[in-house]
Every structure is written in C-alpha cells, then in structure tokens.
Design a protein around this ligand. Structure first.
Ligand SMILES: [Zn+2]
Length: 279
C-alpha cells in the first residue's frame, strides 16, 4: 500500500530564513506568499501541518483562520522565530505562552500538538526544550535534523524515523517518553545520508532525483517534507547576501512551487499528527 507522508509548511516571513535572520522588516508578505500553497493543497485534496510563527499570526489573523477552516493542522514555530538555543529555558517558556495566547485570540481554544524549532535548533545542548514542550502538552516535535551537514544545525546518530524521544539523549528512544519525534528523513545510500525532503535541498535537487530518492525512502517508511511560503514566491525580496548565503537562501525560488506541485501529484501526503496516528 502506498505510504502517507507528512507535509509541513513553516509559516514565517521572508526575513525569517536562517541566513537573513536579524534583518527584520515590517513588510509582511506571509498572506500572499501562502495563498498559492493553500490553492495547491485544495486542488490535490491534501491536508498539511502549518508550523506558525506567533508574530506572523498576529499580523495575519485571517490567514490563520483560513488555514484552520480548510482542515490543516496548526503547529507552533515559536513566537518570534528566535533559535531555541539562543532563548534559554525561561524565554522559551515565554515564547510558547505568547504563541498560545495569540492562537487563542484568533482561533479560540484549540489543541496544539506539534512543534518545530526555527532552523532545527534543538540538539543535546538544549534537550531541556523537550521537557518544556511536554509540560505545555505538546505531543510531538519535528525539530531534529539527524545529520551534521550544515554549520548551524544537525546531530549525527539520531534516528531517521519517528520515535519516542529520550529527554536525556535525543539520539535515544525512550518508550516511556510523552513526546514523539518526527525527524527529517534523509535518503540513505549505503552509509551516505543525503537530505532531500525540504528547503534548500528540495530546491536544488533535480526533480527526477527527488522522485527516485523519495520513492526509495517510501520503501521502508514515510518521509516528512518541509517548505516555506517565501521559498516558492517570486516576489520574495532579495537581500544582498554573501554568495554562499545567497545561493542557500534564494536558489530555485522560481521553480520551487512547481516542484512542490510535482510532489503533491506523485506522492500521498497528510498532516503530521495524522501520519503519527495522534488524536
Ligand atoms: Zn523557520
């Protein structure tokens, strides 16, 4: 039977991307950049999970209502998109509280089950974040990037499929854990692990390779795609960044939405909570 994969959108602004961070702007583009994604999801009758930045929700409440009314899952991507290891425990708690109160103002009391850290910023240095998430009633986390390929994030040796995550060592399973981890799933070829299912990796890899690689992952497990509205939006403003940052951030924006649609056409997707069997 064909596997159902998890589809996640990190709902943030064009100035939240990892190498642009710090150059804030009051110019909000989230609503218009997200609309084509919502239209595609409707066209392919697919539900997804939107990990929302609280301050973006505050500026775009009708967008959040529209996402929710269409049956998509709302998850948390912090309030201000600050990296979790820069926050420390107290500020992290405050971020989750602020996120919760914004969501309550917009949607009323709804249960938020899932969390994604900005730029995958949870590893063993700040594993305390997992206990905080459990304290707040979160049921799953989707912040672990199980290989070290980027200078900013990633941890070698973490599982590459969903697992109950240990609060002592995020690379270990703990059957008693109240929190399920859905890590990014790299393509494995022998001992080689290649990130493939989101962001820059999705934009730069040729479509036939993506198709082959994702099918190969699906032989044994579901995968988790992550995508950002600014990644598929032609009008995303371009900062003058150094070459490396410019390539990582802006390469392939003009074709990204086509790739996104290709995935919807060729693979089955659902909300993260549904793929994990959570209620
Ligand atoms: Zn983000």
């Amino acid at each position: 039977m064909e596997k159902i994969n998890a589809l996640s959108i990190d709902l943030e602004e064009w100035y939240h991307s990892e190498l642009v961070e710090g150059r804030r702007s009051s110019f909000s583009q989230a609503t218009e950049a997200t609309q084509p994604i919502l239209d595609l999801l409707d066209r392919y009758q697919t539900k997804a999970t939107f990990f929302v930045v609280g301050e973006v929700a505050e500026q775009n409440p009708r967008l959040i209502q529209s996402i929710f009314e269409r049956g998509h899952e709302i998850g948390c991507h912090t309030f201000s998109h600050t990296l979790v290891w820069e926050l420390g425990e107290n500020l992290f708690r405050q971020e989750l509280e602020r996120f919760q109160s914004v969501m309550e103002r917009i949607l009323g009391k709804i249960k938020i089950k899932g969390f994604r850290a900005p730029c995958f910023s949870i590893d063993n240095r700040n594993k305390w974040a997992l206990r905080v998430l459990a304290d707040f009633g979160y049921q799953y986390d989707a912040s672990i990037f199980p290989l070290k390929i980027n200078p900013l994030y990633g941890i070698n040796g973490a599982p590459t499929r969903p697992y109950p995550i240990s609060f002592e060592d995020i690379r270990r399973e703990d059957p008693q854990s109240p929190l399920i981890e859905f890590p990014m799933c790299p393509l494995m070829i022998g001992r080689l692990k290649i990130p493939i299912s989101g962001g820059f990796y999705l934009r730069i890899l040729p479509t036939p390779f993506l198709y082959w690689g994702l099918r190969r992952i699906n032989q044994s497990q579901p995968f988790l795609v992550y995508f950002h509205p600014w990644e598929g939006y032609e009008k995303t403003p371009r900062f003058k960044l150094p070459l490396y940052s410019r390539v990582i951030t802006y390469y392939g924006i003009s074709t990204a939405l086509k790739k996104f649609e290709f995935l919807l056409r060729h693979f089955k997707f659902g909300r993260v909570d549904q793929v994990l069997g959570l209620r």
